[in-house]
Design a protein around this ligand. Structure first.
Ligand SMILES: *[C@@H]1O[C@H](CO)[C@@H](O)[C@H](O)[C@H]1NC(C)=O
Ligand SMILES: *[C@@H]1O[C@H](CO)[C@@H](O)[C@H](O)[C@H]1NC(C)=O
Ligand SMILES: *[C@@H]1O[C@H](CO)[C@@H](O)[C@H](O)[C@H]1NC(C)=O
Ligand SMILES: *[C@@H]1O[C@H](CO)[C@@H](O)[C@H](O)[C@H]1NC(C)=O
Ligand SMILES: *[C@@H]1O[C@H](CO)[C@@H](O)[C@H](O)[C@H]1NC(C)=O
Length: 323
């Protein structure tokens, strides 16, 4: 189970755990055909002014996030990484100011190992109980979406846990905090888990527009265990591809704890590991009509990586971890 490592841009807010983000909402008339799809985080994107099923009115700063992992830990079970591609982490609904909530509807808790284990991450939060039912991956077959399931197993890959557990984590921790995936939005003919499948398909559609590996490769930045790279070059390549500055996250040793960086004041991390793309979205996030937004738009940092030229590793995957 992977957990976001760079929380500097956001902070967790206190307790939200009701079954619907806007209690008392009717399940009628949310086809969204007659609604103007307002831009999230604009003044019209407010639950008093528009249908929150048709314009995102809760978490309007939408983030599509990806990992660069070098192994999964479950290679022996066939859980491997896709060649020439970063993998999908998730699709998250941050508030417009960059803070966020999590596990917003505990009646749709499908995460076997909740992280954090309360809605606030603190002892005073509502406990998030581990889920022990059938993996969320089994929710797709009744909708005839085995092709989506196969795609997810290829590109939405977990490290250290089965893929399905990770998808359950992403759905329950994050997707339940979008207004447009709320149950009333699906109308009186709602079929159980319909919104789960809808979320997976939406997360995948964003991911498909964000070829991180290709954007880096076009700038001659390719995985290597011998070459080192500069944050500014990664930023330039991804900003050119995306149209706004994403957040680039690194793990591994701090630069000034390495031999090369000894004695410097650069304590950024040195192994490229994640990228977060920020959007404002027109109407339902399901429409996949996002406007790229700079990761710095809330005054936040755009990276935790070392800034010194040539300080970063973009490592090759382990032998046998990639197909
Ligand atoms: C749904 O739409 C119908 C037809 O326009 C209308 O009669 C009804 O009042 C609406 N229901 C709600 C809850 O808005
Ligand atoms: C950010 O926005 C949310 C939702 O509107 C609000 O509850 C929270 O207090 C805001 N946080 C800060 C730090 O302004
Ligand atoms: C959450 O995890 C912490 C640290 O492991 C533990 O002390 C606490 O009892 C757990 N809380 C719940 C509600 O499970
Ligand atoms: C690394 O840099 C940070 C911030 O500049 C400093 O606080 C820390 O002591 C440095 N660590 C080492 C090992 O030099
Ligand atoms: C490259 O380096 C990574 C990280 O140290 C390591 O896990 C991987 O096995 C190496 N890959 C190859 C092909 O040597």
């Amino acid at each position: 189970m992977r957990v976001a490592t760079a929380l500097t841009v956001s902070q967790v807010l206190l307790g939200v755990s009701q079954a619907s983000l806007y209690p008392g909402q009717s399940n009628l008339n949310h086809t969204c055909q007659l609604q103007t799809p307002f831009l999230s985080c604009s003044t019209q994107a407010h639950p008093d002014l528009t249908d929150s099923c048709c314009t995102e009115t809760y978490g309007g700063l939408v983030m599509s996030t990806q990992f660069w992992d070098t192994y999964t830990g479950l290679e022996s079970e066939g859980q491997v990484l896709p060649k020439d591609a970063w993998t999908l982490h998730g699709l998250w609904p941050d508030f417009c100011n960059g803070s966020f909530t999590q596990y917003c509807d505990l009646s749709r808790q499908y995460d076997p190992t909740p992280s954090p284990n309360t809605t606030t991450g603190k002892p005073d939060g509502e406990p998030v109980k581990p889920y022990d039912g059938p993996g969320i991956g089994t929710f797709l077959a009744p909708f005839g979406k085995l092709d989506l399931l196969a795609y997810m197993n290829k590109f939405w890959v977990s490290q250290g846990s089965p893929n399905s557990d990770f998808w359950g984590h992403e759905f329950s921790k994050h997707a339940t905090c979008f207004s447009t995936f709320d149950l009333p939005c699906y109308g009186p003919a709602y079929k159980e888990h319909e919104e789960v499948v809808d979320f997976f398909s939406t997360a995948v559609s964003y991911y498909q527009n964000l070829p991180t590996w290709g954007w880096l490769s076009a700038a001659d930045i390719r995985p290597s265990n011998t070459t080192s790279y500069s944050l500014s070059d990664l930023q330039a390549a991804l900003t050119k591809g995306f149209g706004a500055t994403p957040y680039i996250s690194c793990s591994g040793p701090k630069y000034n704890a390495t031999e090369a960086g000894k004695g410097t004041s650069d304590n950024g991390a040195t192994v490229v590991s994640e990228v977060w793309y920020y959007y404002h979205v027109y109407g339902r996030v399901q429409r996949n009509q996002g406007i790229p937004v700079d990761a710095s738009s809330n005054g936040g940092s755009v990276s935790n990586c070392a800034k010194v030229k040539g300080a970063l590793k973009y490592p090759l995957r382990s032998v046998g971890s990639e197909v």
